[in-house]
Design a protein. Structure first.
Ligand code: PAF
Length: 282
């Protein structure tokens, strides 16, 4: 496995693979890889001849008061995990390799970004769409892999690919959880031992919501109320949102009469965590 820092090196390598008739999968990440990322790398390794993992903490998708500076980074650890799960090339650029002086072009999206994380993180999806478009243009993958934990991101990227006629397939992979239910996230490292315990309220609320839907409940208000009560039973938890939206448009619905996403964002102390379930997965 190679680690490269420049766009030119990625292009040279991918061109060689293409000349041999090989297919290429891309797993975009911000590094500090965990088993969730490992499952994406494995899926790409299974579906494609070669797998590229991008490892880049993208400044453009962080708001001014967010955790860009403290976001965890460890390239050596990432390289070991990525190689073990079938990565062939890590692209680990510096910010000025991705955003040259005078950078002034952006990819943005309306509607799907108006709810959920888009409301509390106003610049986030413009940063995600822009960097993901750049990565697609640099790597030109056949397929790209994203986790369902970032459900809105997955919907936004699928929509962007359709809107802009990008020639690749987007694959969404299941959430990977710790043994006790907490969804894997690089941000879990911010939690103290006590907060780590309190953070379980997210997966418990998700489990409760999913059970209600599985048992036939279709009224979003009632599902949200039960989940909200569950989260509020933990004094350390502060709700950002508990919402149910149409799986494709990300617009709120009042009845589950179509494929839907139930998503939550909750602060445990200073750490904002997200979790969700898709009704189509139940
Ligand atoms: O999901 C992430 O880690 C990031 O948002 C992504 C897709 C790598 C873009 O920076």
């Amino acid at each position: 496995m190679k680690i490269v820092k420049t766009i030119e090196e990625v292009r040279r390598q991918v061109k060689e693979w293409r000349a041999e008739g090989l297919t290429v999968g891309l797993v975009p990440t911000m590094g500090y890889l965990h088993e969730g990322h490992a499952s994406l790398i494995e899926a790409s390794h299974r579906d494609n001849d070669r797998t590229v993992v991008s490892d880049f903490v993208n400044p453009m998708q962080f708001g001014p008061t967010e955790d860009l500076e403290t976001y965890p980074r460890d390239l050596d650890r990432d390289a070991a995990l990525a190689e073990e799960h079938g990565c062939d090339l890590i692209f680990n650029p510096e910010p000025d390799e991705m955003y040259r002086d005078g950078f002034s072009s952006f990819v943005d999206m309306t509607v799907l970004t108006e709810e959920l994380c888009g409301l509390s993180r106003p610049v986030h999806f413009r940063g995600v769409c822009t960097v993901v478009t750049k990565l697609f243009n640099i790597v030109k993958p056949d397929r790209a892999y994203f986790g369902k934990k970032d459900a809105q991101q997955l919907a936004v990227i699928k929509h962007m690919v359709e809107d802009l006629n990008m020639d690749l397939e987007i694959i969404g992979c299941p959430i990977v959880r710790e043994a006790d239910g907490l969804a894997k996230s690089s941000r879990n490292t911010y939690l103290s031992a006590e907060e780590r315990q309190q953070a379980l309220v997210l997966s418990k609320a998700i489990k409760l919501g999913a059970e209600l839907v599985r048992d036939g409940e279709r009224d979003c208000g009632r599902i949200i109320k039960s989940m909200t009560e569950k989260i509020n039973s933990c004094s350390a938890a502060k709700i950002d949102y508990v919402k149910i939206v149409d799986e494709k448009t990300m617009q709120q619905i009042s009845t589950i009469d179509r494929p839907a996403l139930c998503a939550i964002a909750v602060y445990i102390g200073k750490t904002r965590l997200i979790d969700n379930f898709f009704t189509s997965d139940l």
